[in-house]
Design a protein around this ligand. Structure first.
Ligand SMILES: [Zn+2]
Length: 293
């Protein structure tokens, strides 16, 4: 029996491509470990693995993206902008997008009062704009969580998209948030641990333990199969959520590069999240191109 349930919104991506690929990097350095352990006095080995991002992984990822001439989105906490200004300038100079990822990267799913979050955004937006010349238009809160007020706050501040773990809908297609039955100019690119590097590569020596170190071929197979499935369905995006400290190791970065080559040869439209959001918003505007099947 064939289902009559809708499957996505039937979007066609630019250039007749069947699937949008959003390469996203959360540039957290050791703030990832601080959030995971919930403390600042990290064991040296764990802190050091976080610092692999700014010390080595980021540069390798940027070189790889340049070789493949694909754009990416970097979610960067304000604190990281202030600590590694040259790194963030290099990201922007290479043509990639820099987006909001908290200020200290410390909420991680815990309730944050609205006024505190306004202050976080003020500080982080200022830090990003000082280095890139642009205010961010996209948001991924630390841990990928949203607060109850997040959507209203993003709309109020002129953001164009969110990329979260638990958004209004859980699906593989891009949609706009709605308010009072009306679509708003705010797209969602939801994420899932299956398409993150963290579940496969995050490793700690002390509790709470997370001792993942997957075979790269196995990770590529999961991501490539998911890409193939979404491309076959024809109205989806694929958002890879990565960290320079994890995917930036030589062998893993090579695996990602090989996958990017495969995806390019098989119909991917590579875009920053802002580019994809602009496309989804324009398509949903009254004068927008329908593009539906
Ligand atoms: Zn993060």
């Amino acid at each position: 029996m064939q289902t009559t349930l809708p499957n996505g919104e039937g979007i066609r991506w630019p250039e007749g491509r069947n699937v949008a690929v959003l390469l996203t990097f959360d540039f957290d350095a050791d703030r990832l470990q601080a959030a995971y352990f919930g403390r600042e006095d990290l064991p040296f080995a764990d802190r050091s693995r976080g610092l692999y991002g700014p010390d080595e992984g980021l540069a390798r990822c940027l070189r790889m993206l340049e070789r493949q001439a694909v754009p990416a989105t970097f979610f960067v906490p304000g604190a990281i902008c202030r600590r590694y200004p040259d790194h963030v300038r290099a990201i922007a100079a290479a043509g990639h997008e820099v987006a909001y990822h908290g200020d200290l990267h410390d909420s991680h799913g815990a309730p944050v009062p609205l006024e505190t979050e306004r202050e976080n955004m003020d500080r982080a937006e200022e830090a990003i704009a000082a280095l890139t010349g642009k205010k961010p238009v996209g948001c991924r809160l630390p841990g990928g969580y949203q607060q109850s007020y997040t959507v209203d706050l993003l709309l109020e501040r002129g953001y164009r998209y969110s990329s979260a773990a638990n958004p209004a809908r859980c699906c593989d297609w891009a949609y706009l948030y709605e308010k009072d039955g009306k679509k708003q100019p705010l797209a969602e690119f939801s994420t899932d641990p299956m398409l993150e590097d963290l579940p496969y590569y995050f490793f700690t020596f002390v509790a709470p333990h997370h001792k993942a170190s997957y075979n790269n071929a196995a990770v590529r197979e999961i991501w490539q199969d998911e890409f193939n499935g979404r491309r076959a369905e024809g109205d989806k995006f694929l958002c890879l959520k990565l960290h320079p400290a994890l995917i930036g190791r030589s062998s893993r970065c090579k695996m990602l590069e090989d996958l990017i080559v495969y995806m390019r040869e098989n119909g991917a439209w590579f875009a920053t999240c802002a580019q994809a959001a602009d496309y989804v918003i324009a398509r949903n505007s009254p004068a927008g191109e329908e593009g539906a099947r």
